[in-house]
Ligand binder design. Sequence first.
Ligand code: G3I
Length: 327
Amino acid sequence: MKANAKTAATLRSLAAGRGVRIGCAVGRAFWSDERYRELLARECNVIVAENVMKWGLIHPERERYDWGPADELVAFARAHRMRMRGHTFVWHRQAPPWLEKGTFGRDEFFGILREHVTALAVRYQGVVAEWDVVNEALDDNGGFLRNSFWSRACGQDFIDAAFSYAHEADPDALLFYNDYGIEYECVKQERLFELLRGMIARGVPIHGVGLQCHFETGKVPVEGMRRVIGRIAKLGLKAAITELDIRIARPTGAQELAQQAKEYAALTRVFLEFSGSCDCQLTWGITDRYSWVPVFFEGFDDALLFDREYRPKPAADAVATEFAHRA
Ligand code: G3I
């Protein structure tokens, strides 16, 4: 970052100085935009694939894996000495039709899951240090599990199975359950802890919880985050901030950017308070030039740390200031 003298250091170097990781999800621009790759290399010491490790992209046909794009990201992470997070083995979205629409017996379904998880975990062993093993399996409306092709095929058992297969394939990898809407007190958060307590009691190899953190300015649950990371730590698990963004209702002006900066700073303070058990903070994208937000939330934008011209926004300066001054 070169915004001003105070923040002349990069986010990456400031985070490293605090013994933590900061980074982002890497999207399609990786393959077309050299400036984007430079920004990643300069500012991130952890990355995750926004899409290319999801089942539908990396394993599009039953007998065919498409390793190319994921391999390139992994090579980039290695070359730039970044940690790599893996996202994600099991999700109800971006699954290939052969899997989602297939009519498999229960044993066959588990066999397919084992083969997929093992193939990815073994291929990226030693580079992908932590995996979002299961993504968004909890129900949004007060029930326990989301109604998906996963839960319809095998109830809750796919969750334990995916973690066990991942652990068998790469015993050194840290294994996370990842979700949204669990960052503040609510029914879904209670269901999360029900799930976690059950997994721990059954001896399932789970090591952490990914808190996605897709927020909106003015509605950022800072205290909720403090409480939930504390609760996760009490279970002996790690937490990670996996997909942070703070979207702004258009039009975006200086006041909105200042508010967003305060909120990024407040979350970074919580993150640093818990750095012993929560040592990765990733945003879901790095520059507002490329973000899922305007595509999925009509009327919202500008959710990330760098603007469309790759310049640090007030939010990036605020995060840097927290890293620099809270030693
Ligand atoms: O690859 C096709 C491309 O060939 C086609 O031209 C284009 C036309 O729209 O679509 C491309 O696929 C899109 C893909 O992103 C790659 O850009 C899909 O339509 C689009 O649905 C997909 O969206 C992704 C979304 O997950 C899927 O639900 C977003 O990029 C990605 O940011 C988002 O990530 C999720 C996390 O995995 C889990 N948590 C929530 C987060 C945000 O939704």
